[in-house]
Write a protein that binds this ligand. Structure first.
Ligand SMILES: Nc1ncnc2c1ncn2[C@@H]1O[C@H](COP(=O)(O)OP(=O)(O)OP(=O)(O)O)[C@@H](O)[C@H]1O
Length: 255
């Protein structure tokens, strides 16, 4: 059974404009999916639908084999165990007033997860390569890369089957990026990633499958290796050419 199945899904934030048009795709276990597309093409909107933050305006979205009913608390609680997000900017996604231990433990309590909370927090903290004494500190004591590790630990504690990552390393400097990507790659063996990134190398490294979005429509989908080797759609050809030409971004926050 597919982890996600979208059948002719369209979505608009209001009645006048449609942002996603007739999107159909499947996410299969172990087949991490990269989403590529220009700014405004609808990538984040698609992730919002997968996370259950919004419902399709038309079409069908099945998660773990059944439709998502956003009004059902039980269904949405199950969905939050099934899929967890990691956001772009670890400088804004962690509550600065909470110590790291509480940040990571929060989903464990909120989702009523099995097992001892302290043991689970220790497990995921070790899994992301942070020392145990991190738990008593506030996010401000950590670098960008370490904060993103904290965000990944918070996602992993739910033992999700799908991890949704929206530009997870774009706020980090280059050397830190590599280490966070390595961490994601390690976990991509046990769970399935849906990854939005402008960085083709990252999509190629982590995602065997990819889709290309243009103005809310999927114009190309398939094996990442094949698409990168021989893009069929003129939009994909232009997009890949422009992304490959882009200069490296300026150094951001340090590790
Ligand atoms: N909350 C919102 N209300 C109304 N329109 C929105 C909202 N969020 C996004 N949009 C519009 O939906 C379209 C798709 O936006 P979306 O953020 O999904 O694109 P994106 O591909 O993720 O872009 P980026 O790469 O810049 O993050 C854009 O035209 C955007 O202006």
């Amino acid at each position: 059974m597919s982890l996600f199945a979208l059948e002719n899904v369209s979505y608009g934030y209001d009645r006048r404009s449609t942002v996603l048009h007739d999107v159909s795709l499947r996410l299969e276990e172990g087949q991490s999916l990269g989403i590529l597309g220009e700014s405004g093409s609808g990538k984040s909107t698609l992730l919002r639908l997968l996370l259950g933050l919004a419902a399709p305006t038309s079409g069908r979205l099945l998660a773990d084999g059944s439709p998502l009913d956003l009004g059902s608390r039980a269904r949405m609680a199950a969905h939050r165990r099934f899929v967890q997000p990691v956001f772009q900017d670890p400088y804004t996604s962690l509550d600065p007033r909470m110590k790291v231990g509480r940040i990571i433990a929060e989903p464990h309590g909120a989702l009523n997860l099995p097992g001892d909370s302290a043991a689970e927090v220790a497990r995921v903290l070790a899994a992301v390569g942070l020392p145990a004494d991190s738990l008593d500190r506030y996010p401000r004591a950590f670098s960008g890369g370490q904060r993103q590790r904290i965000a990944i630990a918070r996602a992993l504690i739910a033992q999700p089957r799908v991890l949704i990552a929206d530009e997870p390393v774009s706020a980090l400097d280059l050397s830190t990026r590599v280490r966070v990507i390595d961490l994601l790659a390690e976990h991509a063996r046990q769970l399935t990633l849906v990854l939005v990134s402008h960085d083709i190398a990252i999509v190629a490294a982590l995602c065997p499958q990819m889709v290309v979005l243009q103005k809310g429509r999927i114009v190309e989908a398939g094996a990442t290796r094949e698409i990168l080797r021989a893009p069929q759609h003129p939009y994909t050809q232009r997009l890949l050419a422009s992304l490959l030409k882009l200069p490296e971004p300026h150094e951001g926050q340090t590790a």
